[in-house]
Every structure is written in C-alpha cells, then in structure tokens.
Design a protein around this ligand. Structure first.
Ligand code: NAD
Length: 344
C-alpha cells in the first residue's frame, strides 16, 4: 500500500501523537526510508520515536515551521491538531479552532513544495448535531455534514479545514485526500490527563480498579450513549487506501460496529476478569447521544472497510494500558499548559 517510491520524502505531522506515531512506525515497517516526523511536543513525550527518522519539534501553527517541514515532501500526512476526547473538546473550543492555523499553513506549504499527495485527518465531529440525538442512530452518511451543525469548536474547525482542502485542490491542483475518522483507539495513545477518549479512559479505570482492588468505575453519562470505535490498524490501512485513491471528497473512515458505553465497559470488564460497581456521572461531558459510521461509500469506492472486532482491539489496548499503569507510567506529564501560546 501507498504508491510512493520507498525513498520519497514523507512528512507526518502530529507524529508524537497516537495515530501519527503508529503511522511512522508502520511506514518504516513498509520499507519507507525517508520519513520526516514533526510534533510540537518535546521528543521525550512522543509515544513512538525512531532514530532513523528525521524527528523535529516544531509548532506547526507557525507558517515558517510548516514551510520548513514541508520542504521537498512528496507526500504529507497532516495529523497534527490540538485535540482530545469530549472532556477536552467541550472545554477548549478556542484551542481546537486554532488548529486552523496548522491546516492553513500546511496546505500553503504543501502547495509551495509541490507535494504530490496531501492527506488530512478530519473527524466524525463534523456531522450535524441534529442527526445524532437518538442512541438508536441511523449511521452517518457523508452528506449528513450539511446543513452544517458541527460539534462546536473542534468540529467546525475540521469542517472548515476540509473545505480548505477542497479549494486547494480545485483552485491550485493540490491533490488532497480527506478522511473523517470515527473514534480511533489502540495502544500508544493518550490514556490520562484529560484528553483521553472513551476506550482508553475505560481501560484505564478498569485497570486501576484491578490494580487497587477498589471495584468501582465512574462512567460519564448514563452509559446508553452509543458509538463505534476503529482499531488503529484499520485506521492506518484506511489512510493508505484513501491517500492512494481517486476519492476527491471527505469520506468516512470508521467501524460500523455500534456499541453503547455500557457495552464497552462490559467488554473491558470481561477482558480484565472483573465486575465493577458502576457510578454514573450524569453531568459529565458526553457529546452526541449516538453516532455510527455509514460505510456504504467506502465499501463502494475501495471494496474495503474497517473490520477488526472491538473485543480484539480492546484486548490489546487494555493490556498496554494495564502494563503502563502497573509500571507506574502515566502520559499526563505533558499537558496543554506546557504548549506555548501560538505566535504570541
Ligand atoms: P493526538 O493528540 O495523539 O495527536 C495529535 C498530535 O498533534 C499531538 O502529538 C500534538 O502534540 C500534535 N500537535 C498539536 N498541536 C501542534 C502544533 N501546533 N504543532 C505540531 N504538532 C501539534 O491525536 P490523534 O488521536 O493521534 O489524532 C490525530 C489526528 O486525527 C488529529 O487531527 C485528530 O483531530 C484526528 N482524529 C482523531 C480521532 C481519534 O479518535 N483519535 C478521531 C477523529 C479525528
């Protein structure tokens, strides 16, 4: 997969993060020898880091940093964003929207560098809120992003940046490919500190209960809210396939296996071999009531869709988080407060 020459310069932004780290690791495994990895975080806080990769710490909200990062890059995977789970995006709307600087400057830099392919990671948070009020969801189709009523802050920024990709493609001929990720999970990602998403948060809470013997779990909301969750391996496969494709519109990249948060807790309890007393925190941030990915288009376009069973992916995710906690490691050391203000 990925029809670039193995020695073409490939840029991954957000490479110190969850998906970016896995992408760099996988590109290396696929034999790519010329990878540039950029993230705002100091290198010691990257989830995955490799000595044979050009690793750069830079703030990509800044134009010059984007131009330096994109120089000579044949293919760009633009994953950098100030983001997190519902607990973060509902309370940091301005910061989420400032990621528009990253996407604007990266597109300008890609154009100037003559980049052949530009991949942008959008999100299911672009979908209209009024389509997601019922836990018995009808899965979201690509056209359900309009008339727009995106997740305030984070979702609007993603929707705007999607459109910017489209116009850079139409007006400047930059080949852009955009995927709308639906909840990605797996090892080597955020599991504490306030930015973690449900699969990691629940794994952490169950692992903590197991390690401390305190058999309780706090659940945000009433647990009946529904979601689908895509394992990281499927996400990477989808990124390559979409990047190589002729798909010129934002397309869903998500699992269609819908579960409630209560069912997700059941799965993790079963993996861990515990049964916990559930305490529902009804005033906690919980996002839309129900959300699933309609995969009609991706199946028609690519003859493929994410297929890792949730139970299988959660097993690997839970084991990694359990081992991290058991070893006394947390990933909350690098908080948003340590990110310098953009272009202050
Ligand atoms: P992540 O937070 O682990 O990774 C994003 C990385 O971007 C972080 O390491 C962060 O330090 C970096 N970053 C933030 N601001 C930066 C800046 N100014 N300059 C350089 N780097 C900066 O998140 P992730 O889960 O790996 O997400 C990757 C992409 O996928 C993001 O664009 C995100 O919005 C999108 N996405 C993710 C999910 C998901 O479920 N994980 C869902 C939808 C969309």
């Amino acid at each position: 997969m990925l029809e670039q020459a193995k020695d073409d310069l490939i840029l991954v932004t957000g490479a110190g993060g969850f998906i970016g780290g896995h992408l760099v690791a996988d590109l290396r495994r696929k034999g790519f020898t010329n990878i540039r990895a950029v993230d705002i975080k100091p290198l010691e806080h990257w989830y995955q880091r490799f000595d044979d990769v050009e690793n750069i710490t830079a703030d990509l909200r800044l134009r010059d940093a984007c131009f330096a990062a994109a120089k000579d890059a044949r293919c760009i995977f633009n994953l950098a964003a100030d983001m997190g789970g519902m607990g973060f995006i509902e309370t940091h709307k301005a910061e989420c929207m400032i990621s528009v600087l990253i996407n604007t400057h990266m597109l300008m830099a890609a154009r100037a560098a003559g980049t052949e392919r530009f991949f942008y990671s959008s999100s299911a948070c672009v979908y209209a809120g009024y389509k997601q009020n019922d836990p018995n969801v009808t899965a979201l189709k690509e056209e359900d992003a309009y008339p727009a009523d995106a997740e305030d802050g984070y979702g609007w920024e993603k929707l705007f940046s999607e459109r910017m990709c489209r116009h850079f493609m139409e007006d400047y001929g930059l080949t852009c490919r955009v995927a709308r990720f639906h909840n990605v999970y797996g090892p080597y990602g955020t599991f504490d500190g306030g930015r973690e998403k449900a699969p990691a948060a629940i794994s952490r809470k169950v692992a903590q209960a197991k390690l401390t013997g305190r058999h309780e779990i706090e659940i945000w909301g009433d647990g009946h809210q529904t979601r689908s969750f895509m394992y990281i391996d499927d996400c990477l496969e989808g990124i390559y396939r979409i990047t190589d494709s002729g798909i010129e519109y934002p397309i869903n990249l998500g699992s269609a296996e819908l579960v409630s948060i209560n069912q997700l807790v059941d799965i993790v309890e079963e993996i861990a071999g515990v049964k916990l007393k559930r305490i529902y925190k009804l005033d906690a941030p919980q996002g839309v009531r129900g959300r699933n990915s309609d995969n009609t288009r991706i199946k028609a376009e690519l003859g493929w869709e994410p297929s890792t069973p949730l139970r299988e992916g959660m097993e690997k995710t839970y084991r990694w988080i359990f081992d991290e906690l058991k070893a006394g490691r947390t990933d909350s050391v690098f908080t948003r407060d340590t990110i310098p203000a953009a272009a202050a």
